[in-house]
Design a protein around this ligand. Sequence first.
Ligand code: ARG
Length: 473
Amino acid sequence: MSEKAWSGVFDGATDRRVEEFTESVSFDRRLYAHDIAGSIAHAQMLATVGLLTPGECHQIEQALADIRLEIEQDRFPFSCEGEDIHMHVEAALIERIGDTGRKLHTARSRNDQVATDLRLWVREAIDRIDARLVELQRAFVGRCDADFDVILPAYTHLRRAQPVLAPHYWLAYCEKFERDRGRLADCRRRVNVCSLGAAALAGTSLPIDRADAARRLGFIHPPTGEPQVTANSLDTSSDRDFLLEFTFALGVIAEHLSTWAEEWILWSTVEFDFLALPEAFCTGSSIMPQKVNPDVLELIRGKTGRVIGALSTLLVLVKGLPPAYNRDLQEDKPPVFDAFDTVDACLALAAPLVAGAELRREAIAAGLERGHLDATTLMEHLIRRGTPQRTAHGIVGRLVRKALDHGVRLADLTLDDLRAVHPEMDESVYTVLGAERAVAAMTSYGSTGREQVRRQVQRWKERLKAALKGGPS
Ligand code: ARG
């Protein structure tokens, strides 16, 4: 490992401090399998076009497979003089097979190599996160039938607003995570393009076949089956848009998780008492024996900061970089790995937490009529009978005032009370009062009316069945 791959033009050795400062193998070793897969495809392509003999290619493939095994089994010697994963693998290859190993880097630079490794890694990471999102959606949809009859207050400004069916809440999260899946799928299209062959920045004068390497690595456009290669070598060398996009998609997932975590932290308080969290997902206090704390949810909420931090690190990293590769880009890996690990870990816990929580049905029902959740439906009842919206709003506002003064529900006001505010009131108002009736009155598409929610639950069950078959592509 002592001689550098680039040592030709240098007279002396590299300062040890520089080696330590510039190394990336401490974190990019994580790309070893992708690096080796990329190298095997590259070697096979070189053999296809005659730049390697079939025998040389075979030797390279065998040696790379051995190196992969050594790394997997933790027997591979990593050191900071080796700089990065690409140099380590190549040096080990040359150590094993000599001059044949020295041919692997033909028509290739670490610039197109690292971009390819990253694309392979991100593609896998997307598929993994997508599967986790589906798992989480399945946990929410899995609750819908059992929770169908539970009515919960919904809030705006954290003030009681209108009543909704519990599954309406569950499917609201499914929608958010579905948009996340869409973002990942969209990002995947741009990730799934092969950088190999762009070489350092200008391409190569050697007779390579870029489509061949792309095909071998699965960089294929699904509908047409056509291999996908980047079209401009200069752009390819520095393009990290796909990392920004992926990390942004992770950031939005983390935001959605943080909203959910916050809501469930509130719901599981003594004050709300809507939800019992599974005990295995809570922790205690070292001094207050009665505490059952929602630490997992709090950490999910808290870890959102790391993901957003990673995104901002990446955005600042690429800002103002001159075109083509710059060493700054080596710094792209730690934030993207951390964002992925963080979201992956959060999602892994979110699904069982969602499945294992229990609604506190009695407590919810006992408090449901507080907060005049039916006020809007009463207003709409008046509108349906010809009262202009602004007038109806005023009437119901005065009725709520009256109910507050008497400490009662709207449904408890007598017809005389109602008529005192609005003489045209009749018995029919009682058909929309109370949380249960307010929910029943909802009919618009996407609303919390029973029929609407029932259809949406059905739609989600079918969707998830389909999601099992296909990934985000
Ligand atoms: N370790 C480097 C990185 O991660 C690999 C590419 C190095 N290229 C170069 N021209 N020095 O970005």
